[in-house]
Design a binder for this molecule. Structure first.
Ligand SMILES: Cc1cc2nc3c(=O)[nH]c(=O)nc-3n(C[C@H](O)[C@H](O)[C@H](O)COP(=O)(O)OP(=O)(O)OC[C@H]3O[C@@H](n4cnc5c(N)ncnc54)[C@H](O)[C@@H]3O)c2cc1C
Length: 367
């Protein structure tokens, strides 16, 4: 059978996962990445079991676990008093729920892809009209995808009225994600390997901030925004030496994900807000499903199967992420009622958190 040749634009999480998945099926694959080196701006990711299953099937799971921290629980906190509201157990997940540095994920995926004979060209922004002959072109260029623009009418993102800071500090902590909830703001913290600690702090505000993850801000702004937080949280924020600030924008899910021999996936097709920690997880799922759908060699049919399999699931995850921000930022009576409800839930139904998200975490793209 003729070897399928796949050109991929973008060597981020979606692009490298797709490259590995196609190469493992015997395709010849070339990835073009704009950056001069495959290093990621430092930040943490939560890899949930739904994406974990694809990573197990692709043979990279053990390498990721070795570089990550296996999560034991998600702990909603009262961000003002510092009291634990409840504790949702994550141990016993299969595969494990993992805290991982983005750079580790990129490193492991790239290494495995190159071992599977994927050609990775760095410092390349190819002209889409002047590509080598190929059977399939994949746009994995993230937020500002040129291929998305070719497959879809232009759609403008809108500012959600929320900004987020992201930082990593030296700090030893239990293997738990803590969600520090406060009126109109929240902070998510969790440990990474090597004594690093990941912080994402979100605040509602009308003042616009630029989209993108690498805009530096003064750590004093972050500390001032959370001056009313519990002393334990403020002590963690005191450790921040470098911080990035970005505006959170909502982007519509692309109407068209595929053309005759083209596909977009990951953030190129459906950027999501970080409130369900699914952007990277959905990108990994997409990449795996795209390769599987095209495994028969009939690319045209495979692309349709891919789009049909993915769209409604991705939309559901994005809507769930959108509503989480509201739940974290309650104030007044609503806040007390919600905390009391969470407390009861944690006590009488410790599996409630996982049950509520079983449609997300139990999904198996390899089945
Ligand atoms: C604060 C924050 C926290 C997050 N936490 C989580 C989390 O816990 N769990 C989770 O699952 N997700 C998380 N995400 C989301 C996740 O990081 C993204 O959804 C994911 O990285 C998308 O991957 P991607 O490969 O589609 O795009 P990207 O990672 O953006 O990769 C695109 C790549 O394409 C390259 N590129 C772009 N244009 C071109 C071009 N023309 N030619 C060549 N190369 C090009 C870029 O340089 C880049 O390397 C978080 C996001 C944020 C902002």
């Amino acid at each position: 059978m003729k070897t399928t040749h796949v050109e991929i634009i973008g060597g981020g999480i979606a692009g490298l996962t797709a490259a590995l998945a196609f190469a493992k099926q015997g395709a010849s694959v070339c990835v073009s990445e704009r950056a001069q080196a495959l290093t990621e701006v430092g930040a943490g990711l939560q890899i949930t079991p739904n994406a974990g299953r694809a990573l197990v099937a692709l043979g990279v799971w053990d390498a990721l676990v070795a570089r990550g921290v296996v999560a034991r629980a998600v702990v909603p906190m009262d961000g003002i008093s510092g009291r634990v509201v409840t504790r949702f157990d994550l141990s016993g997940q299969s595969p494990n729920y993992l805290f991982l540095h983005r750079a580790s994920l990129i490193e492991v995926l790239a290494e495995a892809a190159m071992k599977a004979s994927v050609v990775v060209k760095l410092g390349q922004v190819p002209d889409l009209d002047d590509l080598p002959p190929h059977d399939l072109l994949i746009g994995a260029e993230g937020l500002r995808s040129e291929l998305r623009g070719r497959l879809n009418a232009q759609s403008d993102p809108f500012f959600t009225g929320q900004v987020a800071w992201r930082a990593i500090v030296p700090h030893e902590a239990a293997a738990e994600a803590q969600i520090w909830m406060m009126p109109r703001q929240h902070v998510v913290t969790y440990p990474l390997s090597g004594g690093r600690f990941n912080i994402v702090a979100v605040q509602e505000r009308s003042e616009w901030a630029a989209e993108g993850w690498s805009h530096a801000d003064d750590p004093a702004h972050l500390r001032a925004a959370f001056a009313g937080a519990a002393p334990e949280l403020r002590a963690i924020l005191e450790k921040v030496g470098q911080v990035n600030l970005w505006g959170l924008f909502r982007h519509p899910v692309a109407d068209n994900w595929v053309g005759e021999k083209t596909a977009i996936l990951g953030d190129a097709a459906h950027p999501t807000l970080p409130f369900l920690a699914q952007g990277a997880n959905l990108a990994i799922e997409d990449a795996y499903v795209l390769a599987r759908s095209c495994a028969s060699g009939d690319i045209k049919v495979g692309l349709q199967i891919f789009e049909n399999a993915r769209k409604s699931r991705v939309k559901r995850a994005i809507e769930a992420a959108n509503s989480n921000a509201r739940n974290y930022h309650l104030s007044g009576v609503q806040r007390h009622v919600a905390f009391a409800g969470l407390k009861v839930l944690g006590a009488v139904a410790p599996n409630a958190f996982l049950n509520r998200l079983s449609w997300l975490y139990d999904h198996d793209v390899t089945a």
